[in-house]
Design a binder for this molecule. Structure first.
Ligand code: SAM
Ligand code: SF4
Length: 429
């Protein structure tokens, strides 16, 4: 049996696409390999959102060149955001790659497979895997809208993933029904901006309409979605979230900066006043909401004072999770063309550290309030002898128990908390 190994970095969308590609390869009779070195086919699912991610991809491609020299029959496939429209240039740089295809362009993969005599079944779905590809997971990621129309000034995604294309409601509902029949309990709907889902479909259904349909699916226990955009999220969605029992109390609402002038230069399309009003509304309608955000520090021209505004926003908002990144200039983006990357990397690092330290203290306080509470956890797998899963609010919970709890919704009493995860004891009723 030929073996495949999929290497994935980057966002959840990449992880979802890798799961789907794994399903295709399973359907063609491939088995999973444990590393590059024992695979006959290697797939790199790449990210170039920041320079360090791109460096990792280029380094891995270099490693594979050596492997291909030793094993000329090794097939190397590359997808994800590295693949731009100029595939000729990429082919010239990486001649050892057999196929480059744009993220989500499965037709290209299937056509290539047919030429190679690899019988890929395009109806094949395979979500019952976790990240290691080994044990079944009860969670599935479902892309609902590809691409992005926003062009935030720092972001390369619209250049690599193209304009927004939504999948029809019926297609998504059928897929989730099938997954629920196979035992999937939780789905996470994915899009760079899930709030613009459906604007390009007949009748313009929106995310709230889709959630209403999915909430009716038997055996499905939880629905999540990401990422929301503060300029587009609306009251209808917030009310729908509050009213549907399967929709979890968690939102990813990236603010990116705590300074209005920087937000303008980032072309985010909202002010901090709008963001604050939005968060107030969300809290009033969904009091148990847990909020995650993304922040970029060291955007061109960000003064010490402007950075302090981001720091105070983190202090004020008390997010559950903050993903902080140092600005990385990305070729072809508006910021790359118009601004000089003039914040030294040591200052960017210092700013990242300051936000991370503050957020660790806040998350520690928030999570400590969960001590002794009983929480519902969907068990996703096992790590280092412990079961792990997530609460509806997306908190990672570990517990030890001899019984097999995989895929089950359990009640866990929290006994230990940290900024990043919780530990507890499973309740047996
Ligand atoms: N669509 C989402 C949004 O509107 O925020 C996020 C998509 S983006 C791929 C994921 C995160 O990467 C962003 O929230 C941003 O914080 C970060 N990011 C994107 N471009 C970046 C850049 N050039 N430098 C540093 N961080 C960046
Ligand atoms: Fe990038 Fe902005 Fe689109 Fe998010 S909304 S993917 S940050 S352009």
């Amino acid at each position: 049996m030929p073996r495949y190994f999929i290497w994935t970095i980057g966002c959840q969308m990449n992880k979802a696409e890798s799961q789907r590609i794994a399903g295709y390869l399973d359907s063609a009779g491939y088995q999973t390999a444990t590393s590059f070195s024992n695979a006959d086919l290697v797939m790199l699912n790449t990210c170039v959102v920041r320079q360090n991610a791109e460096n990792k991809v280029v380094g891995t491609l270099g490693l594979l060149k050596g492997l291909k020299n030793k094993h000329p029959n090794l097939q190397i496939l590359v997808t994800g955001c590295l693949v731009n429209s100029n595939t000729e240039e990429l082919k010239r740089l990486f001649p050892h790659v057999d196929l480059l295809f744009k993220p989500g362009d499965y037709n290209e993969l299937i056509a290539w497979g047919q030429k190679q005599g690899i019988p890929i079944d395009q109806r094949r779905l395979s979500y019952r895997r976790n990240d290691s590809g080994m044990a079944p997971s009860p969670c599935a990621f479902i892309p609902i809208v590809q691409g992005c129309d926003n062009f935030c000034s720092y972001c390369i995604v619209p250049y690599r993933r193209g304009r927004e294309v939504s999948r029809p409601v019926g297609e998504i509902v059928c897929e989730v029904e099938e997954l629920a029949r196979r035992g999937i309990k939780e789905v996470t709907l994915l899009g760079q901006n899930v709030d613009s889902y459906g604007h390009d479909l007949p009748g313009h259904p929106d995310l709230a309409d889709l959630l209403n349909e999915l909430n009716n699916i038997d055996n499905l226990a939880r629905i999540r979605f990401l990422t929301n955009h503060p300029k587009d999220i609306n009251l209808k969605l917030i009310d729908t979230m509050a009213s549907l029992d399967k929709v979890c109390e968690h939102l990813e609402l990236p603010v990116q900066s705590g300074d209005d002038d920087i937000l303008k230069a980032m072309r985010r399309g909202y002010t901090l006043e709008r963001y604050r009003e939005l968060v107030d509304t969300i809290h009033s309608k969904i009091p148990q909401i847990s909020l995650s955000t993304d922040i970029i520090v060291g955007f061109p021209g960000e003064t010490g004072e402007q950075f302090e505004h981001s720091l105070s926003l983190v202090q004020e908002m008390r997010f559950d999770v903050v993903h902080v990144a140092a600005y990385s200039p990305r070729p072809a983006t508006i910021a790359w063309r118009e601004y000089q990357d003039n914040i030294p990397s040591e200052i960017k690092k210092e700013r990242v550290n300051k936000i991370e330290e503050l957020q660790a203290a806040i998350a520690s306080e928030i999570n400590s309030q969960l001590h002794s509470k009983e929480m519902e956890v969907l068990v996703e797998g096992r790590k280092k002898g412990k079961w792990f899963g997530r609460t509806r609010s997306n908190k990672l919970v570990f517990f030890e128990d001899a019984k097999d709890w995989l895929g089950q919704l359990v009640r866990v009493q929290i006994e230990k908390t940290s900024p990043w995860s919780l530990r507890g004891e499973v309740k047996k009723y």
